[in-house]
Design a protein around this ligand. Sequence first.
Ligand code: TMP
Length: 208
Amino acid sequence: MNGKFISIEGIEGAGKSTQLSFIRDFLETRGKRVVVSREPGGTELGEQIRELLLAPREDGMSEDAELLLMFAARAEHIHQVIKPALERGDWVLCDRFVDATFAYQGGGRGIDRNRIETISDWTLKGLETDLTLLFDLPVAVGQSRVIKRQQEKDRFEQEKAAFFEKIRDCYLQRAEAEPQRIKCIDASRDIEAIQSQLSEILTELLST
Ligand code: TMP
C-alpha cells in the first residue's frame, strides 16, 4: 500500500471539521489524491448504522450493541473504501477511526480495553493509521461550542461532562503511549497557531 492513512480525533466541539478541510487542501496542493471519509459512516451501510447509533433513543442502547455497531460500520468502511483507496495510492483522511472506539466505548462507557482490542484485531487485520491528529481541549470549552451550533443534540452529545472527561483522558493516555502515531494538538488556541502546527506535522509525514 502506497497511500497514507490519517485520522482525526477529539471530543465534541474540538473543531475537527474546520481542520479537516485545511488538511485536505494542504495535501491536495502538494499533489496527493485525498479520499475524505468519516466514522461511523463512509459507506451506504455505514451511514445507515450511523443513524442508528446517533439517534436519541428513549430505551437507550446496550454498550455491547453500541460497540459492535461501531465495528460493523468500520468493517464495511475498511473493505469498501479505506483499503481500496490505500491500494490505489490515494491518501485517506478519516474523521475518526478506531481510537474513537477506545476513547468513547472504552474510556466513556467503561468497556474493558482487552475486549475492544480483540474485536479491533479481528476487524482491522493489522491496518493502522500512519498519523492520528488528536484535537484536544477542555471539555467545558468543547461543550460551549456545541451549544452554539443550536442543532438538536445527538445521542452522544446528550451525555454529561463526566463522560467526555473520561473520553478526553483516554485519548490523552493513548497519545502519550504512542507519540509517533498520535499527535496531540491544543485545539483551544487560535486557528493560525493550530494550522501552523498542522503544517509542520503534515510536512514531516509527506517527507517519509
Ligand atoms: P462525529 O460527531 O465526530 O461525527 O462522531 C459521531 C459520534 O460517534 C461522536 O459522538 C463519537 C461517536 N463515536 C464513538 O462513540 N465510537 C466510535 O468508534 C466512533 C467512530 C464514533
